[in-house]
Design a protein around this ligand. Structure first.
Ligand code: URA
Length: 434
């Protein structure tokens, strides 16, 4: 078998055998296949696709290419969630303690942000003292004690994906359904949870631009999970607008706390309840409507906020923020953007808003950039809201005053006002999986 033959076969649209895929992923992992051949093969996959069997085999090989976390000592109710990447997506900060308060075992690894999307680990690090790196013993002991821990991804989880993802990033081969599905699911399978809930984002800030594409990606990932013996469900959700009002690390932690306190953005609350309820429903075989009712009770009773406090304290964070989000700190400079004219906010380009937040210091353009935890944007209105000329549209926060003008221009270019009411778009398009 040679890489030349595999590139040629895929270019012609032929399916690879399981043996060929196992050989290829071994070669990715041990570095024996040169980048130029892998890049050519990735482009052929992007253009010709892969069938369900090929995608499942490749995912299983990628999951087995490095460490595989054995969560079985933690019992049968381990549950994980994953979002395919969004702007202002702080759902893990709410869903992890909420699912744990429902009785799920949340032993979770999360990533850092890159480009216009944020990462949970960066958000958690905006809480003073919070440790995102725990030893395996500390991690397991914490989950056994309080039911939840969230740490940064270990260096050796699905290394084949790490290598392929880095190549995809620079060869315009990211947005391929089999490649995204295998990338996401290899890490989820290696991370070990029995129940997995996926949030597949659709819209301007997401890889999938249409509902149909989002559904196809959701189906591909659910099929992989089911074939690998996991309980799995995917929500296909609207990312044409940032999730909630805050974009930026400490700002998003503050907004997550508002939801846990029973306040805050109804859309954000709805999606967090749906994600946590599905984790509980899968883990405990509870019907979806019953699970949603229980999740709502646990959120409104303050049990999820109590679990958040226990979680933050267990990982060394300053829990004062749970009662007073102002304890997270405030950026040195703030600038209110005024609404240019009266009407309705009809469109927000979530990706461009994410880029405006990045300009302020909230995100990284390259992996080595240092984040300003207090930088970001707090929206005063979201898509569908009526707005009045001169009223605040958003506030920008940064510690670098020179960034404000460029970020304001980028923000204004990302929003569209109209004289016509756009109506309210649904937040959750559909659920895939049983
Ligand atoms: N997130 C991943 O982990 N992989 C992809 O390919 C896309 C999003």
């Amino acid at each position: 078998m040679t890489m030349y033959e595999l590139i040629q076969a895929k270019r012609r649209g032929e399916a690879h055998t399981d043996e060929a895929l196992a050989w290829l992923i071994r070669g990715v992992t041990d570095g024996s296949i040169p980048d130029y051949q892998l890049s050519a093969w990735l482009m052929a996959v992007c253009l010709r696709g892969m069938n369900a069997r090929e995608t499942a085999t490749m995912t299983a090989c990628m999951a087995a290419s490095g460490d595989q976390i054995d969560l079985s000592p933690l019992g049968a109710h381990t549950a994980d969630k994953h979002s395919t990447g969004g702007v202002g997506d702080k759902t893990t900060l709410i869903v992890a303690p909420l699912a744990a308060a429902l009785g799920c075992t949340v032993a979770k690894m999360s990533g850092r942000g890159l480009g216009h999307t944020g990462g949970t680990i960066d958000k958690l690090e905006s809480i003073s003292g919070f440790r995102t790196s725990l030893s395996p013993d500390e991690f397991f002991a914490q989950v056994e004690r309080i039911g939840v821990a969230v740490v940064g991804q270990t260096g050796n989880l699905a290394p084949a994906d790490k290598k392929l993802y880095a190549l995809r990033d620079v060869t315009a081969t990211v947005d391929s359904i089999p490649l995204i599905a295998s990338s996401v699911m290899s890490k989820k399978l290696a991370a070990g949870a029995q129940s997995i809930v996926l949030d597949v984002k659709v819209g301007s800030g997401a890889f999938m631009k249409t509902r149909e594409e989002g559904k196809a990606l959701a189906r591909a990932m659910v099929e992989i999970g089911q074939n690998c013996g996991r309980k799995i469900r995917a929500l296909v959700t609207n990312m044409d607008v940032p999730l909630g009002y805050a974009i930026g690390n400490a700002l998003e932690v503050a907004e997550a706390i508002e939801i846990l306190q029973g306040r805050g953005c109804p859309a954000l609350r709805e999606i967090c309840l749906a994600l946590a309820a599905n984790m509980y429903s899968l883990s405990f075989d509870v019907p979806a409507d019953e699970a949603l009712a229980k999740a709502t009770t646990v959120l409104d009773s303050g049990e999820a906020l109590a679990k958040f406090r226990a979680w933050i304290a267990a990982q060394g964070g300053d829990v004062a923020c749970a009662d007073d989000p102002a304890a997270l700190g405030t950026a040195k400079y703030a600038k209110v953007i005024e609404t240019p004219h009266t009407g309705w906010l009809v469109h927000m380009d979530a990706e461009r808003i994410g880029r405006a937040a990045m300009l302020l210091g909230a995100g990284r353009a390259t992996q080595d950039d240092v984040i300003d935890p207090l930088a970001g944007i707090r929206l005063a209105a979201r898509t569908g809201d009526a707005v009045t000329a001169g009223a605040p549209l958003a506030t920008l926060y940064t510690s670098d005053k020179t960034k404000l003008a460029e970020a304001e221009a980028a923000f204004l270019a990302a929003v569209e006002l109209s004289n016509t009411d756009p109506g309210i778009a649904p937040l959750i398009y559909c659920t895939v999986g049983n």
